[in-house]
Design a protein around this ligand. Structure first.
Ligand code: SF4
Length: 88
């Protein structure tokens, strides 16, 4: 699933927040997560446990991973619960 799109449209921060996603800011990459959508399949924590770690607060730390790899992991989320926005 494309982690920077919803229904083939580019995501915006306002849209994601309006849809109930929570923002996890990073220096160059913001990660967004919706607990309501998450199916707890675990692709994210298996994909990079440094960035995605259940039980830690915050459980997503964008700056713990490199941008390309975190985007790869987000794109592996099968439900669309994870989204990202690259910062300028
Ligand atoms: S990969 Fe997506 S659906 Fe699976 S646990 Fe992570 S956020 Fe939830």
């Amino acid at each position: 699933m494309e982690g920077n799109q919803i229904n083939y449209q580019p995501v915006t921060a306002d849209l994601l927040l309006a849809l109930g996603y929570r923002k996890y800011s990073g220096e160059k990459l913001d990660v967004y997560y919706s607990s309501a959508i998450c199916g707890h399949v675990g692709n994210c924590v298996r994909g990079n446990p440094h960035v995605f770690q259940v039980g830690r607060r915050p459980w997503i730390i964008s700056d713990n991973g490199n941008q390309a790899d975190t985007i790869r992991v987000i794109n592996s989320c099968p439900t669309g619960a994870l989204k990202y926005m690259i910062k300028n």
